[in-house]
Design a protein around this ligand. Structure first.
Ligand code: HEC
Length: 113
């Protein structure tokens, strides 16, 4: 009887949680876009179609073709510095939340493979 109640409680709890997942991801990607506009756009293309202002800087939408997003997450956590050998990076506080937002945005503009 206890197990039954536990399971039905879970089922009810899961419904509203599922309903908010999609909008939450969209909000996260939106914050990621703001981060990219502020910190990356001076060099990297940051939308699905724009061109990078700096020749060597890969458009962010192409990053997922070269890296797994989990690899990027690690690199960002260690500081994007590691991937910008001689480029001065603008101060960008890479909190786990801001990294998640940036990756959500990059995922949202990356071609599906
Ligand atoms: C001052 C210009 C500049 C800014 C600002 C900048 N980048 Fe870069 N980035 C570059 C250049 C140039 C390269 C390629 C050469 C290199 O690796 O140093 C690069 C490379 C990278 C790479 C490695 C991709 C590859 O070519 O393998 C990643 C990932 C990356 N940038 C992410 C970002 C993100 C995310 C931001 C914003 C938070 C950002 N960069 C901001 C100039 C910049």
């Amino acid at each position: 009887m206890i197990a039954f109640h536990f399971r039905s409680a879970l089922a009810f709890a899961a419904l509203p949680a599922m309903a908010i997942v999609a909008p939450a991801a969209a909000q996260s990607a939106k914050r990621g876009l703001a981060i990219a506009q502020k910190n990356c756009a001076s060099c990297h293309a940051i939308t699905r179609t724009d061109k990078s202002r700096m020749r060597n800087a890969l458009p962010l939408r192409q990053l997922s073709a070269r890296y797994r997003l989990e690899q990027l997450e690690e690199a960002f956590a260690e500081g994007v510095m590691v991937t910008h050998k001689d480029q001065p990076m603008p101060a960008f506080e890479m909190t786990p939340a801001s990294i998640a937002d940036l990756l959500a945005y990059i995922r949202s503009i990356s071609p599906r493979r």
